[in-house]
Write a protein that binds this ligand. Structure first.
Ligand code: GUN
Length: 282
């Protein structure tokens, strides 16, 4: 039986630490979230982010925009937030409504306030192995959780399924920097099972419910499930947990795995950007 990688427990611990750190600050870190879609899942994510920020003692502001908002209006909000000395962190909730130029919108965020690490400045620094102002939250949460359980990454075969800018690409780069041998698979990959059964670590972010069954898993592998799939109002990961847990050495549950870690890292990033901007560290 695999050890459960308890993302919820670690996220709660990190949140409590942040709460203590923030309690002594006179000026509080402040997170701004722009949401321009009425996707119910996105609405819930944003609500949870605001709730967590407030629980820690951060200030936060949510800017809800109608899904017919123009690119120029979103850019105008970003320019104002960039200039606002009270705002430390800016997040534009994705996906954006169709027809909007995501690249132009994300690139408008001042890199020093780019709490997701999505701008080319921060992502480029990550790719080059330099410190970005912020690492993308989900990949950072994955690495932090593996670290907590002393899971060795160096020299391991890691398979990353999914190549999004939010999860797959950055986590592959971060694993590589920790000296893993990384394979990146996507929906066109022909021999996924063959790659999977040779992997010591699998990070699945493909969005196919229960797809990874035990026939994809090597004995003793480490399984990280980033999938959030809704089936009849129930959230299911990409991994067939009940089966795979008997074969893996470590496995994340869904929910209470990577999800809470992502929010915890968003909060940590907000605090780190605040410290940089307030010249605590340079
Ligand atoms: N949508 C899904 N995940 C994310 C994320 O990590 N950041 C933002 N901004 N939007 C998302």
């Amino acid at each position: 039986m695999a050890i459960i990688l308890d993302g919820k427990k670690l996220a709660d611990k990190l949140t409590a630490e942040l709460k203590t750190a923030v309690s002594t600050l006179e000026k509080k870190p402040k997170l701004a979230v722009i949401i321009a879609n009425d996707n119910p899942a996105s609405q819930i994510y944003v609500k949870n982010k605001k709730k967590k920020a407030e629980e820690i003692g951060f200030e936060s502001v949510v800017i809800p925009l109608k899904s017919d908002v123009t690119e120029e209006m979103i850019l105008e909000h970003i320019y104002i937030l960039n200039e606002d000395k009270d705002i430390n962190a800016i997040l534009v909730q994705l996906p954006l409504p169709e027809g909007l130029n995501k690249k132009r919108i994300i690139e408008a965020i001042d890199p020093i306030k780019d709490v997701d690490g999505f701008t080319s400045y921060n992502f480029g620094r990550l790719a080059l192995g330099y410190n970005p102002y912020a690492y993308p939250c989900t990949p950072k949460g994955i690495i932090r959780l593996l670290n907590e359980y002393n899971i060795n990454i160096e020299g391991k075969n890691a398979l990353v399924i999914g190549r999004s800018n939010i999860v797959g690409k950055p986590v592959a780069l971060m694993l590589q920097q920790k000296n893993a041998t990384v394979t990146m698979a996507n929906s066109y990959t022909k021999n996924l099972k063959e790659l999977a059964i040779n992997a010591d670590i699998i990070i699945s972010a493909m969005g196919k419910p229960n797809f990874i069954d035990s026939s994809y898993v090597k004995d003793g592998a480490v399984i990280v499930d980033v999938g959030i799939n809704r089936i009849n109002d129930k959230i299911t990961g990409d991994v067939l947990f009940e089966e795979v847990k008997n074969k893996a050495s470590f496995i994340t549950p869904v929910p209470k795995g990577i999800g809470p870690m992502t929010i915890a890292m968003l909060m940590q990033n907000t605090y780190e950007l605040y410290k940089i901007q307030e010249n605590f560290i340079l």
